[in-house]
Write a protein of this length. Structure first.
Ligand SMILES: [Zn+2]
Length: 766
């Protein structure tokens, strides 16, 4: 669902990939020890991995992609179901114990959509993506019209107002220009924040309808040559997408916290808290241009202007728009493919690997480029098992349906099997879109070393160095950019030290949410990207096989590379004597987050003081041009002292405990007795759950992880230590105090578990 945003990092590199090469590249045998293995165990594991690599074929992955993306495969389409059945047959053929789990979910599909300018001139939006020369599938039937799923039905007419990205600060700016949106239709551009927030904020400010368009500045001709000459968004291309309030809870809006199994009792549609109240439609820049051109009122502030050849005005009016959406609100079936290989020694500890298979139309990039890597891994693992390999722990491979509308397949499955997953799952590994470029990795920081070790053992197809060294270079170059964010600069500094390259934290936007943020299962998300032109066709009809074959990864070598990294993580976690986790990495990262929170409070205090001085001196009035008046900004509240003391103390105590654990783990040589290992792994596999609080985050109890969450206002973007950080950002100072204490308590519980583990390891030594 989420495009990988590792760009723009480096100039596009010259390529010498021959299309259709099949064998995986040779892998350098790293001499470093493998976390959780004895020295002999590590040698055997790396030998196993070489046999795994030999099974991977870029040609075969290319064939799978062509087959899977041959017809539209959105939820409810015949091809989506056929793809699930095709993959089921592959898993079975490869020796997996596989089945399809069906869920019946609320998934509205558009029956009628229309947008027209009714004054001062008439114009009817096409709302259609025409076929493109050289793209074989672009004219095929079977797609839904471009729409935003889970918007409301409605038939509304109103004056038009342009609100930039439609984010909270944009409405503040709008107010300074004396314009409001009550009873009006807003038009906003994509970008600046999560799509679903745009119509929600429009509704909260009184608008009756919302149009979201793709400005060519972001992913059209301003960014690069448009499709089919280049890969970027053509004038008629539309970004579809979900607008359900997934940061309240993802999954079927009518079954929060429980699975949409055939016997489940769903809520009435009116009681579903994640559905929007006003109609919303995504439109192309071809359709948006006449609407924006017809706006009068003040000229838009400079930062609001895109790359269309017009003067951007705010309105309201004289442009008047009529829009209508009418949907079929019937429930539809989704099909998750679940395949299992039972572990030989610890069958009740599971390693779960997933990628979704539904797309918005053909979905070649998103998600099928990740799906084919996952299939490659499954085939290779199946072959290893047939030739005698017995993984210690159980491996579960899942191909999710219904991710695009709101993480439906993964969430419903995780909710249905919540109890068993909390007992058994020790890792969830996700991927989604994948293409040429650098390895992106985010996840639970206790897994940071595992990810780094796997990336160190896989060769980058373009540069011949390890994908870890390429990632390190990308992180360092990103940190050296003049506009780099403080966190990016900090990551670059750590990467420059030569040890592990930091992994990012997970927000949302793909199928790991239910595992990490609802159940508290340690999770990782992987994907290559950054040298591709994906943004331009994201969620459009042009996300096709032909587009991917030209602009995504012409040699399919990065799908092989993804399978190599993901396969190593899965097999090492399945085979290690002790689970490959390091808690010092988590605690060091937490220390950074806590320092950020202190700085955030200090910065807000400074900002408020400075603004108050300007307001008290009437400086805003003095600089306002009387012919184009702009009102002073609203006065910021004073920032009191925040009580960070409990959080500081918890982080400090955890730091000491985590170091003691890591030392005891290293000293154990990964060879306690089998009985002790089982006891240690039992506890270690559930450590991440100790970071959850049953009461969850304020206003969204489904999200139980107290360290990682998607932002209420950022949607996909992560907020770390979310209870505290979001309270500070919302200027809810009491909330910040409250959640500093709650988070500290959770961290104290986590530390107590860790101390128990350390004691077990030390006993094992004696
Ligand atoms: Zn996706």
């Amino acid at each position: 669902m989420k495009p990988i945003s590792f760009r723009p990092l480096l100039a596009v590199l010259s390529l010498t990939i021959a299309a259709g090469t099949s064998a995986a590249p040779a892998v350098p045998d790293s001499s470093t020890a493998l976390l959780g293995f004895t020295a002999e165990g590590a040698t055997a594991q790396r030998a196993l991995e070489r046999r795994f690599d030999a099974q991977l074929s870029a040609n075969e992955m290319r064939d799978w992609l062509k087959h899977l993306s041959a017809e539209p495969n959105q939820v409810g389409s015949p091809h989506d179901k056929a793809n699930a059945e095709f993959m089921l047959s592959l898993f079975k053929q490869w020796g997996w114990d596989a089945r399809i789990e069906r869920f019946d979910v609320l998934y509205p599909t558009p029956k009628e959509v229309s947008v027209e300018l009714v004054a001062p001139t008439a114009f009817k939006a096409a709302l259609h993506e025409p076929p493109v020369a050289g793209d074989a599938s672009s004219g095929l039937p079977g797609a839904l019209p471009p729409y935003n799923v889970y918007g409301a039905d409605g038939d509304v007419t109103g004056e038009l107002v342009y609100v930039n990205h439609g984010m909270p600060d944009d409405y503040k700016e709008l107010a300074r220009h004396g314009v409001d949106v009550k009873g009006k239709i807003v038009i906003v551009r994509y970008g600046g924040g999560w799509r679903g927030l745009k119509p929600e904020l429009a509704y909260e400010h009184g608008a009756v309808g919302c149009l979201i368009y793709s400005d060519p500045r972001d992913d059209g001709y301003f960014a690069g040559d448009t499709y089919p000459k280049g890969g970027w968004r053509p004038a008629e291309g539309v970004q579809r997408g979900s607008v359900a309030k997934m940061m309240v809870y993802p999954g079927d809006p009518t079954t929060p916290g429980y699975g949409s199994t055939p016997n489940a009792k769903p809520l009435a549609i009116a009681d579903a808290k994640t559905l929007l109240k006003i109609p919303v439609l995504p439109i192309s820049y071809a359709d948006a241009t006449p609407l924006l051109q017809a706006l009068g009122g003040p000229v838009a502030p400079e930062s609001w202007r895109g790359a269309l050849p017009i003067t951007y005005h705010i309105g309201a009016g004289p442009a008047k728009v009529h829009m209508a959406v009418k949907s079929d609100w019937n429930r539809k079936s989704i099909y998750d493919v679940i395949a299992t290989i039972k572990g030989a020694q610890e069958p009740d500890r599971w390693i779960v690997r997933g990628n979704h298979h539904d797309g918005w139309v053909f979905g070649a990039w998103d998600p099928l480029a990740g799906t084919i890597a996952e299939l490659g891994e499954a085939k290779a693992i199946g072959a290893l098992v047939k030739s005698g390999w017995k993984p210690k722990r159980t491996i579960v491979y899942a191909s999710w349906d219904g991710e695009e509308p709101g993480l439906l397949g993964s969430t419903e499955w995780a909710e249905t099997h919540a109890k068993e997953l909390r007992q058994k799952a020790v890792l969830y590994l996700n991927s989604d879109t994948n293409a040429r470029g650098f390895l992106g990795a985010e996840g639970s920081h206790s897994l940071q070393h595992l990810v780094n070790l796997a990336a160190a053992d896989v060769t980058d197809p373009e540069k011949g160095v390890s994908v870890l060294e390429r990632r390190r270079a990308a992180v360092r170059v990103a940190g050296a950019q003049p506009d780099a964010k403080p966190e990016t600069r900090e990551n670059a500094k750590i990467a420059a030290q030569g040890g592990d390259v930091p992994i990012g934290a997970l927000g949302s936007g793909s199928d790991y949410s239910a595992f990490l943020e609802h159940l508290g299962i340690a999770s990782v998300n992987l994907g290559f990207g950054g040298e591709d032109d994906n943004d331009g066709i994201y969620h459009s009809r042009y996300d096709s096989f032909d587009h991917f074959d030209r602009f995504g990864d012409p040699g399919f070598k990065y799908e092989v590379a993804l399978a190599q990294v993901a396969g190593r993580i899965v097999m090492r976690t399945a085979d290690a004597d002790l689970l490959p986790m390091r808690f010092g990495d988590f605690s060091a990262t937490l220390d950074r987050y806590v320092a950020q929170l202190h700085k955030l409070a200090d910065d807000e205090r400074k900002k408020a003081d400075e603004q108050h001085k300007l307001l008290d001196a009437h400086d805003y009035e003095l600089v306002s041009d009387p012919t184009r008046p702009v009102a002073p900004p609203e006065r910021l509240s004073d920032v009191p002292a925040i009580d960070f003391a409990p959080l500081d103390a918890a982080a400090k105590a955890l730091h000491a405990s985590a170091q003691a654990f890591d030392a005891a783990y290293a000293a154990s040589g990964s060879k306690p007795s089998a009985k002790q290992s089982a006891q240690i792994n039992e506890l270690m596999g559930r450590m991440e759950q100790a970071l959850t609080d049953p009461d969850g985050l304020p206003g969204r109890e489904w999200f139980k992880h107290m360290i990682y969450a998607p932002g209420l206002l950022t949607g996909y973007g992560v907020k770390t230590v979310p209870g505290v950080r979001e309270a500070l950002e919302a200027r809810d100072w009491q909330g910040a105090d409250k959640y500093a204490a709650i988070t500290a308590k959770v961290l104290d519980g986590y530390r107590a578990q860790l101390d128990k583990l350390t004691a077990l390891l030390q006993e094992g030594k004696r």
